[in-house]
Design a protein around this ligand. Sequence first.
Ligand code: EPZ
Length: 417
Amino acid sequence: MQKFVIHGGRRLEGDITVQGAKNSALPILSAAMLCTGESVLENCPELSDVYAACQILTSAGCHCRMQNHTVSVQADVIRNSEIPESLMQEMRSSVIFLGAMLGRTGNCILGYPGGCELGARPIDLHLQAFQKMGVKIQEENGIFTCTTPNGLHGAKIHLQFPSVGATENIMLASVLAKGETVITNAAREPEIVDLANYLRKCGANLAGEGSSTIMIQGVRKLTGCTYRIMPDRIVTATWLAAAAVTGGAVRLLQADTASLEGILDVFEQINCHCSYTENTICFSAGNVLRPVRSLKTMPYPGFPTDAQAVVTTVLCKANGTSVIEETIFENRFRHADGLVRMGADIQTAGRIAVIHGVRQLHGAPVSATDLRGGAALLVAGLGAQGETVLTEISHIDRGYDAPESLLRNIGADIRRI
Ligand code: EPZ
């Protein structure tokens, strides 16, 4: 079991190059399965979730190679449409291989996806959409056998909630399906736009991504291409939070500032200073961090649930009381216990957290409970006085590419043991 040992309280200062987005890389890797010929995906973060996605592709018969943050996928032949149970359990995103597998082969056998425990996380919206597209689904002992006896066809699909994964899955299934698919109340996240851009470059016919109505006209075939994965906006938020709690000043390079408005706005409210161009953010923490009276997580373009945990850490050191409402997942304050162990004053009740700022956090032995919750404790360790030993860091490795070396470069004292 690996852990991070952090000696906190050091001001972070310097340049950070932002990694590629996990939540873009995973659906795009899945989409590569729809193509003949090779896809070369650049700026792909090296993460355990990305390795799991490559293993799913390999188990289907694709050839995958990863070198220097570039993944090549050759999907000329799909031999196996069953996703191994062990890989389904690795991560929640394994479910988006269902849409791609159906689009490519018309069949798929898979179990329930694993992933971060943030609440119930059902897949009903995915399954209902596929049924509308002609998929017959039989479930036995938690294993879904999906077939398309009359072929996969387009459909009008209204999502009851703008689910990111369901929107992606429908896009993946429909690009090669017969006829037109229209998704209304679709998710608008930037990662959906990135997926659409990749699919279009491979020959797909789709429009409307980034708005709540996406139209897809099925085509006969897609051909792999070279594509650069967008920068990770949640990792960007994490490094801004690390600078904020250490009173630091950082320059984030290769960021995608257009997708970060909601996040940068919150850091401005906290009294941090951000100036930015299209790809670079210059950030410095204010002398006194201010509370945010009311912050609510919302689907894009609202404040993202994935950035909630790291911003909670920053608010622990604000001069006053902040209230956060988590509207996306029912169990996403699991990092609060660790923060309290480090001296934070947080009360949670269901989906609400009330954070009374304290002058100082102190180091403590804490454990990552999920990916972003783990990142929140990592950030807290950087901003705390004394030693923090952070265990269960495999959660963090699912989304952050070698965070310790990046943080050491800007002055942090952190070791992986
Ligand atoms: C994606 O998860 C992200 N994961 C999550 O990031 C992110 O937190 C989430 O979107 C919301 O932005 C990836 O992109 C790989 P959803 P996803 O379907 O697609 C309910 C991270 O930290 N729902 O938009 O699983 C669901 O229970 C991760 O990087 C249904 O009820 O999220 C939740 O309450 C964690 N039925 C809400 O919708 C369904 O069929 C949002 O889920 C599907 C979802």
